[in-house]
Design a protein. Structure first.
Ligand SMILES: *Cc1c(COP(=O)(O)O)cnc(C)c1O
Length: 364
């Protein structure tokens, strides 16, 4: 079997593989109604929230789009805090739907500086909402969301969070941190295939929704909420992914969220220690903000990361990720989220030790 070490989709446990191969059922029948209620309730435990939680059939980006179009109107000012490719995507969605985006970008590898967020909010009093990526998958950096949230809430703004590569892996207590809209996707921390996005919505966000005028149809969350109240989704959901999620959520709750978070802390540390022991360095400028779900490694000392990733994949069946956009060819990334054990990362590091010199490492 391949050691799929990209930051989602992740490998699937046998129990989930079995569950997703089940025969179809009526998605408007009593059995699915029960599954939908059950997974919604269990997801709320992992989001650590009492807010409404809705399932959408789409990838994580669909959840991000839902997070924008349901709470804003064209012309609304939003502060976009971006530390990488996914932060920029969040801003682009808002822009596409007519928001006036105030960009606050930090260099790739840096975490967002909370004090700069405060200054931007002081300088832009008309801002309605703040967009933040909790864990930036393109750079392997986790923002200090607890501190950023306190600042955003001291200005009484809506806080919309992309938690796609953190929820269910890195602690993200939605209610304790006053996250108005938290978004994630099934293929990252939840050990199921791509196909579902999960979005939590606070009472303040629903108030904004009542006045929000951006156009929406498939991702209309008010419609999704009224369907859920009847035990359904407005459109045909990804039934098989829901089967898988029902099983994976039981596995996650059995392990326990604090244990899951601790496992990701341990594995993140092991990945970083391993990378450094090879003589490579992290893209995360300050290791205190290095991500526990994905490690981004700078290709230094002559290393061609595309070549090393190719050898890893073809000869050792270990699949790593490359860099995105301006980081292409400059970094490689090791995914360690969801269904992952320390042993998986040890294998990656041991194999890199053999492969890196064959891909130029040490030649410059
Ligand atoms: C994966 C990811 C996305 C995009 O999700 P898709 O499921 O590919 O649409 C967005 N944000 C972050 C932080 C991610 O890790």
């Amino acid at each position: 079997m391949e050691n799929l070490r990209i930051p989602g989709p992740t490998p699937l446990p046998k129990e989930v593989l079995d569950a997703i191969s089940r025969q179809m059922i009526n998605h408007r029948g009593p059995e699915f109604r029960q599954i939908l209620a059950d997974i919604t309730q269990k997801l709320k435990l992992l989001f650590q929230t009492r807010n409404d939680l809705l399932l959408l059939t789409c990838s994580g980006t669909g959840g991000m789009e839902a997070g924008i179009v349901n709470f804003l109107s064209p012309g609304d000012k939003v502060l976009s805090v971006s530390i990488g490719v996914f932060g920029d995507r969040f801003a682009n969605i808002a822009k596409q739907y007519g928001a006036e985006v105030v960009p606050l970008r930090f260099e790739f590898g840096q975490a967002a500086d909370p004090d700069t967020v405060r200054k931007s909010l002081e300088a832009n009093p008309q801002v309605k909402a703040v967009l933040v990526t909790h864990n930036e998958t393109s750079t392997g950096v986790t923002n200090d969301l607890a501190t950023i949230s306190k600042i955003v809430k001291s200005f009484d703004k809506l806080l919309l969070v992309d938690g796609i590569s953190s929820l269910g892996c890195i602690d993200l207590p939605v209610d304790a941190w006053n996250i108005d809209v938290a978004i994630t996707g099934s293929q990252k921390g939840f050990m199921v295939p791509p196909g579902l996005a999960m979005v939590s919505i606070s009472p303040a966000a629903w108030q904004a929704n009542a006045k929000a005028k951006m156009s929406r149809f498939y991702f209309d969350l008010a419609k999704a909420k009224s369907s859920l109240d009847k035990g359904e989704t407005p459109f045909t959901p990804a039934v098989s992914i829901a089967f898988g999620l029902s099983v994976s959520l039981d596995m996650m709750l059995k392990e326990g969220l604090p244990n899951i978070v601790a496992r990701h802390v341990r594995i993140g540390k092991a990945a970083r220690a391993g990378v450094k022991s090879l003589g490579l360095s992290l893209l995360a400028a300050d290791e205190r903000y290095a991500s526990n779900t994905v490690t981004a490694v700078v290709a230094s000392k002559g290393l061609d990361p595309k070549k090393s990733n190719k050898i890893m994949r073809e000869e050792f069946k270990i699949v790593l990720a490359g860099g995105q956009q301006t980081l292409e060819g400059k970094i490689f990334r090791i995914g360690h989220l969801g269904w992952v054990a320390e042993e998986d990362i040890k294998k990656v590091i041991d194999t890199l030790k053999v492969v890196l010199p064959r891909a130029g490492f040490g030649s410059a």
